[in-house]
Design a protein around this ligand. Structure first.
Ligand SMILES: [Zn+2]
Length: 118
């Protein structure tokens, strides 16, 4: 869990269904898509938007062999320092197999009174 105080932008909680760390303001878990009890005191009255979306496909170009892949997700701050690095998934492709990958960053504007951080 994060060190952000409850009610502040970026505050987190654990999804009761899958235990993923999600925003406290989320009404649907982005990991398991389970619906969550919405806590009005969390302050989520902004509009959610998908601010960044990257999608692509990978296919095996190896003839008669396989290609292994590793999907790595990195989040960096304004100084280029890594905030998070995760291996999202690994696997292998053979023959005509294809995998699609997509990364979405959802955002929600917070009321100005709740933008103060410690
Ligand atoms: Zn979940």
């Amino acid at each position: 869990m994060s060190a952000v105080r409850p009610g502040a932008p970026g505050a987190t909680r654990a999804c009761p269904h899958c235990k993923a760390t999600i925003l406290a303001t989320a009404s649907v878990c982005p990991a398991c898509r389970g619906h969550l009890r919405f806590d009005a005191s969390a302050g989520a009255d902004g509009e959610r938007a998908t601010s960044l979306l990257v999608e692509g496909q990978l296919r095996s170009d190896a003839t008669g062999g396989a290609v292994e892949y590793t999907m790595v997700l990195v989040i960096r701050n304004e100084r280029g320092e890594e905030v998070t690095r995760q291996v999202v998934g690994v696997g292998a492709l053979e023959g005509s197999q294809v995998r699609s990958f997509s990364v979405a960053v959802e955002t929600m504007a917070m009321p100005s009174g709740k933008n103060r951080r410690r």
